[in-house]
Design a protein around this ligand. Structure first.
Ligand code: OOG
Ligand code: MG
Length: 261
């Protein structure tokens, strides 16, 4: 894919995000043959454009981390993208639906490492050895594509639908918990809408961080110490509507919540 096309596709996505406007997926018309590799080039260009506008990367995020979702999309690898400073929502704060297109929320387990992790060959055990803290999180995803309808390359180019993140401030040492059996409930206005457990993410969320390190190593990059890492949704994502009070409760990890206006 030539540089001009990469730029054009990144700008197409970037503008849709800034204007809170849904667009037709790239593979439908603009570039039907978009490969996974090309899609990451578009994502890199999108990240570059945001940084050029003064935005800052806060941390990486993993997506499509359940075996069921990977099978459904017929892929072997999960996908990754980046959360930026302007996407961060503080616990207890309100978001306005006007700032999004058709946002959904999903509870996730977050990691913070004490050392950089460089693949290939990183295992979950390597991850646990350098994990400083784990924390509860809610990710807000907001595909720029009509009806959240996309192919894998489309969603990779779209920075894996990243739009918001609530990083819980209750930090726990990783050996204080068995993360695969940490249960989670996601409630809207006090009613449980979805539930899951840590094992929904590749059997154990540490596997997700290991896969991230190994995927990044193909680009000569690593998972950096100190950055909050989102490991992937523990439940299906739930659509938001005005007036929602969103809360996620994690066994042993604590609760987080925010409001929707
Ligand atoms: C893609 C993002 C998926 C996750 O945790 O699986 C994701 C999407 O479903 O829009 O963030
Ligand atoms: Mg997610």
């Amino acid at each position: 894919m030539d540089k001009e096309t990469v730029k054009e596709l990144a700008t197409y996505l970037h503008n849709a995000e800034k204007e809170h406007r849904e667009i037709i997926k790239i593979t439908a018309e603009l570039y039907p043959d978009l490969s996974i590799e090309d899609a990451y080039l578009v994502q890199e260009e999108l990240v570059r454009q945001k940084i050029e506008e003064g935005r800052k990367v806060i941390g990486p995020k993993m997506g499509i981390t359940s075996e069921a979702k990977m099978k459904q999309m017929n892929v072997k690898d999960p996908i990754y993208g980046y959360v930026f400073d302007y996407m961060v929502v503080n616990e207890g704060e309100s978001i306005s639906l006007n700032d999004y297109i058709h946002p959904k929320v999903e509870p996730e387990i977050g990691f913070i490492l004490s050392q950089d992790l460089q693949g290939p060959g990183v295992t979950a055990l390597d991850v646990m050895r350098v994990t400083e803290y784990v924390f509860p999180a809610i990710e807000i995803i907001d595909s720029r594509y009509e009806n959240f309808n996309f192919t894998l390359p489309d969603v990779i180019a779209d920075n894996t639908s990243a739009a918001g993140a609530v990083y819980g401030t209750s930090l726990k040492r990783p050996d204080a918990l068995e993360l695969d059996v940490v249960g989670v409930t996601l409630s809207i206005n006090g009613e449980i809408q979805a539930l899951g457990a840590g094992a929904a993410v590749l059997g154990h969320p540490a596997n997700s961080v290991a896969r991230l390190a190994n995927m990044l190593s193909k680009k000569g990059e690593k998972v950096k110490a100190g950055q909050p890492i989102l490991t992937g949704g523990l439940t299906e994502a739930v659509r938001l509507t005005p007036g929602d009070y969103v809360s996620a409760k994690f066994g042993g990890l604590g609760d987080i919540s925010f409001f929707v206006k």
